[in-house]
Design a protein around this ligand. Structure first.
Ligand SMILES: [Zn+2]
Ligand SMILES: [Zn+2]
Length: 294
């Protein structure tokens, strides 16, 4: 039952902020952004030697160790602050360079042959497909589920657990995200970041009714993070009792979350596959039905 009016947000009604999305993304950026052949038959990304580069784990480990050693030393607060600020500047530059590299990689990718040998999953030989980064199916399987495995909760629920395991209040989502999971995740995160920036900055050409705020605090309802991936049947609505499918579908996490937000963004993929997915069509239908009343 929808409990949006109660003082604590129920698990399914918690959002994930832009900052939290990037905190999730950054440590795994090289895995997420690696271009691999996505087979058009089984839709999995290829794991052959040509697609998967050896992981540079040793170098990364040494670097984190060195960083750890640096942290211990000085008592001088001023010096620490200066070092922190310089660090922030370098982190900013590092991000810019990484973005530039990714743009080049994507540009270079356009010239890669549009065929690939044998698919390492289904074995299709030179079948249809294309070079892509990781999508949300893979992100849920390889990142969200392992991170939440111990407590078997949703990712947003995990974010609200304090250091002692105590429960803290979640962030109310500002925007519901309608999307399909086959979209490349790096593009998805950047799209939402741009959306949050546009909505936060009161640019003259945006229809913006919210006061200025830090775009990193903009919170989204994203099914992959809001729904418990270990109990996904609960999110799909109560079809067990004597109710009609029409009533049952309105008890789904998608419908109740839509009811709790003031706006919705649809992330369109370049082939508009989103509207071949029934839940996305349902979301569009619900928005058309609900939003005019607000
Ligand atoms: Zn391959
Ligand atoms: Zn395949």
């Amino acid at each position: 039952m929808y409990s949006g009016q109660s003082s604590t947000l129920s698990q399914g009604h918690r959002g994930i902020t832009v900052q939290e999305l990037w905190d999730f993304y950054d440590p795994e950026s090289s895995w997420l952004e690696a271009q691999r052949w996505r087979c058009g038959i089984c839709h999995k990304s290829c794991c052959c030697e040509k697609c998967v580069e050896p992981e540079p784990t040793q170098e990364a480990e040494t670097r984190t160790q060195e960083e750890g050693e640096d942290e211990g030393g000085s008592d001088d607060n001023f010096a620490e602050e200066v070092v922190e600020q310089i660090g922030a500047v370098f982190a900013g530059i590092e991000r810019k360079v990484a973005e530039e590299k990714r743009a080049w990689r994507m540009c270079f990718n356009r010239f890669k042959p549009e065929t690939h040998g044998r698919c390492s999953h289904c074995g299709a030989e030179g079948g249809p497909g294309r070079w892509e980064e990781r999508n949300l199916y893979e992100v849920v399987e390889h990142m969200v589920k392992p991170i939440c495995a111990q407590l078997r909760v949703s990712y947003v629920e995990l974010l609200r657990r304090g250091p002692e395991g105590e429960e803290m209040e979640g962030v109310k989502p500002d925007t519901f995200v309608s999307h399909w999971w086959g979209e490349e995740f790096p593009k998805f995160v950047r799209t939402l970041t741009c959306f949050a920036e546009a909505r936060s900055r009161r640019l003259p050409w945006t229809v913006c009714t919210t006061p200025h705020r830090n775009p990193k605090t903009w919170a989204f309802w994203i099914c992959a993070f809001a729904n418990n991936q270990y109990a996904i049947e609960h999110a799909l609505g109560d079809f067990s009792s004597d109710v009609t499918p029409r009533t049952a579908v309105m008890t789904s996490a998608f419908a109740t979350a839509l009811d709790a937000v003031s706006d919705v963004v649809a992330v369109l993929d370049d082939r508009a596959i989103i509207y071949t997915r029934i839940w996305c069509c349902f979301e569009l239908f619900s928005v058309a039905r609900l939003i005019p009343d607000r």
